[in-house]
Design a protein around this ligand. Structure first.
Ligand SMILES: *Cc1c(COP(=O)(O)O)cnc(C)c1O
Length: 359
């Protein structure tokens, strides 16, 4: 494995090495199935067991209360930008908090189905913070409030839930499973798997029963949450391999890491290593996000010039630290340090940052 690098990709992101090894070992024959998970029916007993364990692991890790369903859907987190308003807006009005690029992308899709009130938008400061509850202009009787718990591109993260009387809907794609969450506060949580939960191909949706009951009539079958729930995500062929990988990742989180509280401590420590390197750099490195809403998953910063940023990225690559280029809308550097990035990776990047600055 000597050629594996420290991969700071924002998504698809790095996966735990032990999970990749197990997938490699089981690729030809899923234990008990006599064939690869890639080759068996999604309605077989062996795949039933995969689906069941994946759901049980998620329920255990997130302590999901009764009264919620777990779905595995396709079309990415981006499809949820459309499915949510199609199912629940019904010509009404919904509140959207926009703290970065992903929240911004969700709004026009909702506008196709009804009215959107942007309850807060961080554009004026180039999305470097999240609002306080008192900053939100919420709509009485809104169908739901949508927010993005972690903005992957700008690197800003909520460390609380926005307060609302409307059903709370959250795009948790890039900090899903990174810390404990009080699921009971949410009506719907969704997360594309490829940031923190597995490879691309599935979006995990955790949806409360009362919201399921309120789905609009006569929707296209595949876009109707009720159909997906009634058929336990196998109305059609689901992304079987991705679900299998989510099973391995959630098993790793449960047994090797020891749960989300422990994962949160590790993530906090990794992020602190990088933010300390920024803080101690005498202004050579400048963090994009304001201190109280810095992401623990995507660390974003600038250097004194674009030339130095380009040099930083290419010199880092020479040392086996890759995928550090910031998104074009923010520029600079972005280091994504999802669950599967080991502490050693953060330390290696910190050491490189110090050496580069000294040089
Ligand atoms: C990556 C990402 C998305 C888009 O996910 P796709 O699965 O590519 O559609 C949406 N929201 C957030 C917060 C993301 O990080």
């Amino acid at each position: 494995m000597s050629e594996r690098v420290w991969n700071f990709s924002a998504g698809p992101g790095t996966l735990p090495l032990s999970v990749l090894k197990q997938a490699q070992e089981e690729l030809l024959c899923l234990p008990g199935a006599g064939a690869s998970v890639l080759e068996i029916s999604h309605r077989s007993k062996a795949f039933d067991a995969v689906l069941e364990e994946t759901q049980a692991n998620l329920r255990g890790l997130l302590e999901i209360p009764d009264g919620y369903r777990i779905l595995f859907l396709q079309g990415g987190a981006s499809m949820q930008f459309s499915m949510i308003p199609m199912n629940f807006l019904q010509g009404g009005i919904a509140d959207y908090i926009v703290t970065g690029s992903w929240g911004q992308k969700a709004v026009p899709e909702a506008r196709r189905e009804g009215l959107v009130n942007v309850a807060w938008d961080g554009k004026a400061t180039n999305y470097d913070c999240v609002p306080n509850n008192s900053d939100l202009s919420l709509t009485p009787g809104a169908r739901y409030l949508h927010f993005t718990s972690n903005e992957t591109i700008q690197g800003v993260e909520f460390n609380f839930e926005p307060e609302t009387t409307a059903p709370l809907v959250c795009d948790m794609s890039s900090n899903f499973l990174s810390r404990p969450v009080d699921v009971s506060k949410y009506a719907l949580i969704y997360a594309g798997a490829q940031k923190n939960a597995g490879p691309a191909g599935a979006t995990i949706v955790i949806i409360r029963d009362d919201l399921l009951k309120s789905v609009k009539e006569n929707l296209h079958t595949m876009l109707d949450y009720r159909v997906q729930a009634e058929n336990n995500s196998v109305y059609n062929t689901p992304p079987v391999f991705t679900i299998y990988m989510i099973m391995l990742v959630t098993r790793w989180l449960t047994t090797e890491i020891g749960g989300l509280q422990r994962m949160a401590e590790i993530n906090q420590a990794k992020a602190q290593i990088l933010y300390d390197a920024i803080g101690k750099s005498d202004g050579f490195y400048r963090g994009h996000a304001q201190l109280d809403c810095r992401s623990r998953m995507n660390v974003t910063w600038r250097l004194p010039s674009e030339e130095l940023e380009a040099e930083f990225i290419s010199a880092a690559k020479q040392e086996g630290l890759v995928e550090l280029k910031g998104h074009r809308s923010v520029g600079g550097i972005r280091a994504s340090i999802y669950n599967a990035m080991p502490m050693e990776g953060a330390v290696a990047l910190r050491d490189f940052m110090e050496a580069f600055r000294n040089r």
